[in-house]
Ligand binder design. Sequence first.
Ligand SMILES: Cc1cc2nc3c(=O)[nH]c(=O)nc-3n(C[C@H](O)[C@H](O)[C@H](O)COP(=O)(O)OP(=O)(O)OC[C@H]3O[C@@H](n4cnc5c(N)ncnc54)[C@H](O)[C@@H]3O)c2cc1C
Length: 293
Amino acid sequence: MQVPAQVEYEKATSVEQALALLARYAPGARILAGGHSLIPMMKLRLAQPEVLIDINAITGLRYIQPTNGELRIGALARHADLLAAPVASEHFAILRDAERVIADPVVRQWGTIGGSLCQADPSEDLSAAFAALKGSMIIHGPDGSREVSARAFHTGPYQTVVGPDEMLTEIRLPIRLDGGSAYMKVARRIGDWPIAAAGAAVWLAGDGDRIADVGIGLTAVGATHFVAAEAEEFLRGQPANEETLARAGEIAAEHCRPGSDQRGPADYKRHLVRELTARVLRLAISRARGQAP
Ligand SMILES: Cc1cc2nc3c(=O)[nH]c(=O)nc-3n(C[C@H](O)[C@H](O)[C@H](O)COP(=O)(O)OP(=O)(O)OC[C@H]3O[C@@H](n4cnc5c(N)ncnc54)[C@H](O)[C@@H]3O)c2cc1C
């Protein structure tokens, strides 16, 4: 069995202490949260930090709470916390949909939301969900904190705007009561990474027959910042009918850039994007109208 290379271990009990340790050891240090992505990467020598800074004892970073019209999710909240949180399900069905199909109960028990986002795997499900919801991330560093849009958080595969001496501390999602949202993915097996997935958040106007605003996230298909921007632009102001949703699916499929790999050929992934985009939009609209749970 492969084992990670030798590494120094430090334990932080506060954000301040974690930042001080990062300042001392960066760029050779990595934060350790649930370890479900980092430890396998270390075993494969794809990551070779000299120092691990364990943040699991910063218990104040494990929360999911509504504050000032936003849902605030601490970086150390686990997938299982998000799945179980009534406040998340009540306002963001897309998160419940996504969490139900992320990995398995063991991974969800340990894997953190912050670790998932900072790993920045192009097949990671929550990035598309947070992009659809137009959320933002709070990053702490030596110069204080900054807020970055979820749509600007990733700079490429396995890359984010979080610097080597910074850490992600919180995710914020605006709570808008007039909308509905949904997430669907196709994977080869239950609990597997997606072949392709889509998430949508829709806000309706008038009597609920027109799309006022929309966010569409795509996973594992090479969409820039996980967003189907062209389909979103097309949908704003359009009637919320089947023809419009089908066209939005076509546009999303045209503009994404899936690659062929062990999970499937590119043309199949494009087909999934077309179908899944229309389906999540349909379900999100039904939820916005109070016609679906
Ligand atoms: C078998 C398996 C199946 C999986 N299936 C899925 C799936 O279907 N869908 C899906 O989306 N994901 C899936 N995952 C990924 C899983 O969600 C992540 O491994 C997990 O959430 C990562 O969180 P962690 O706390 O374990 O991060 P860690 O492994 O501890 O860290 C990951 C990276 O993020 C950095 N980091 C962690 N926290 C912070 C922070 N607060 N600030 C800055 N940097 C930080 C670390 O330094 C490291 O580089 C799967 C994983 C496994 C093992």
